[in-house]
Structure formats: structure tokens, C-alpha cells
Design a protein around this ligand. Structure first.
Ligand SMILES: [Zn+2]
Length: 83
């Protein structure tokens, strides 16, 4: 079982390259279709615009991961607080 570096979900299919979103790692078919391919197409049309889009997507992924950690930490504390 693989874990997608973009959506962080498990997937069974053959992994795709997440370039240009990430230089290394793997991503699922859905993220490849919806995010990676689109980022590549934009970069093919306009390199600078593509780099901006890629940077924004990367930032969104990091922000979502940060939120996830905050929620996980909050839940842990809630569990501990219960008598
Ligand atoms: Zn994915």
C-alpha cells in the first residue's frame, strides 16, 4: 500500500511522480489527474505562472497538514482530559 504525498491517503495503484509539486515521492492517480497534470500543463504554457501555481499548491498542502496536526493534538488532549 502506498501513501500519496499530496492527499496523504493510501492507494493501491502504481504510484505516479508528483513532479513539479514535489521533487521526490509518489502520488495517487486522482492527484496526478487533478493536480500534477494541471500544474504541468500550466508550466508548459507559462513557466513563471506554472511555478507560482506549483508554489501555491505546495503551500496549501503544507497548511492542510498543519491543520491536521492541530486537530490530532486537540483530540489527544480531549481524550486525556476525560476522567
Ligand atoms: Zn493523492
Amino acid at each position: 500500500m502506498n501513501v500519496c504525498d499530496i492527499c496523504k491517503e493510501k492507494f493501491k495503484e502504481f504510484p505516479n511522480s508528483p513532479r513539479p509539486i514535489f521533487d521526490e515521492g509518489k502520488c495517487c492517480n486522482r492527484c496526478d489527474d487533478l493536480i500534477v497534470t494541471v500544474a504541468r500543463m500550466i508550466e508548459a504554457i507559462d513557466v513563471k505562472c506554472g511555478q507560482t501555481v506549483t508554489a501555491n499548491i505546495r503551500q496549501a498542502i503544507q497548511m492542510r497538514e498543519g491543520k491536521r496536526q492541530v486537530v490530532a493534538e486537540y483530540r489527544k488532549q480531549q481524550k486525556r482530559a476525560k476522567p
